[in-house]
Design a protein. Structure first.
Length: 288
């Protein structure tokens, strides 16, 4: 308790230094929060597409209805196919309008004539997607084939890139946070050099002198983590309706409260380690 009072007194006496340390740790944990949101969200999107094996074939404009029916019947009889669904140009326009109902400009630019009819083929197993896609691609009335394997591969590639960028950014921000806390703690130790010498003369141990500085670093980390988590969580909650509309059909939102609590707990533990580590470096360097 005595160390905590001394720590708080040190923080109050140099508020600008405290604000600088808290600001940089806030930015660090803001990056950690956003990186976690993106990583978890992208993994859920990948899992969603992997759990729904489906191939979509877009037909050429000159494709005849009887040829389309023949192709559809061919897949209806296949043992690897769970179901098929034909989407006409008019139905494609309805889907497009529903997805972009809040953007009148996009609605005015599109008509049924420019949208292709398509056939959605759902496979029983993910492994069957390639053979179904190859069969559709060989058809003379099909212009393009899209299936989850392509989407999943792209998402995995993006997720890998995001992971590398995120880890690099967090590592840089973490090092900057350590440097700032070490510098601020070193300045404070220098400012209290005479007080520290007096404390040593009256019998104070090294750890008695060090603890307030270590607790101060932990304080910066915890406050920065809480603010960073709060800002990131608030912005995600605000953007959730827009993201849910964009990711129609993919069950990511609403995000359960437990996820936010787990993330906060993890960041607070990380902040304690970061703050304590930074302070340890400073006190062992300047308090020998």
């Amino acid at each position: 308790m005595k160390h905590a009072k001394t720590t708080w007194k040190n923080i109050r006496r140099s508020p600008y230094q405290a604000i600088a340390a808290i600001l940089i740790t806030t930015l660090t944990f803001l990056a950690v929060s956003y990186f976690t949101f993106i990583l978890v969200g992208s993994s859920k999107v990948v899992s969603y597409f992997e759990s729904k094996p489906q191939v979509t074939a877009f037909f050429k404009d000159e494709a005849k209805s009887e040829d389309i029916d023949t192709l559809k019947n061919q897949f209806d009889k296949s043992a690897n196919v769970a179901s098929t669904k034909f989407v006409s140009k008019e139905e494609a326009l309805k889907i497009y309008k529903e997805q972009n109902k809040n953007d009148p400009l996009l609605l005015d630019l599109v008509s049924a004539e420019i949208l292709p009819a398509s056939l959605e083929v759902s496979a029983k197993e993910v492994e069957d997607l390639q053979s179904i896609a190859d069969t559709l691609k060989s058809s003379t009335i099909v212009s393009e084939v899209v299936f989850q394997k392509d989407v999943v591969s792209t998402l995995i590639s993006w997720t890998g890139a995001i992971r590398k960028i995120g880890i690099g950014l967090i590592a840089i921000m973490g090092l900057v946070s350590v440097f700032i806390i070490v510098t601020i703690t070193g300045i404070k130790i220098s400012q209290k050099k005479e007080d520290i010498e007096i404390m040593r003369l009256i019998g104070a141990t090294n750890w008695h002198i060090r603890w307030p500085f270590i607790l101060e670093g932990i304080f910066y980390g915890i406050v920065g983590a809480f603010i960073g988590w709060g800002l990131a969580s608030a912005s995600l909650l605000y953007a959730s309706p827009y993201l849910a509309s964009f990711l129609q059909g993919i069950p990511i939102f609403p995000i359960p409260l437990g996820f936010y609590i787990i993330l906060l707990t993890g960041e607070l533990l990380l902040s304690i380690i970061l703050g304590a580590f930074s302070s340890f470096i400073a006190v062992f360097r300047y308090l020998k």
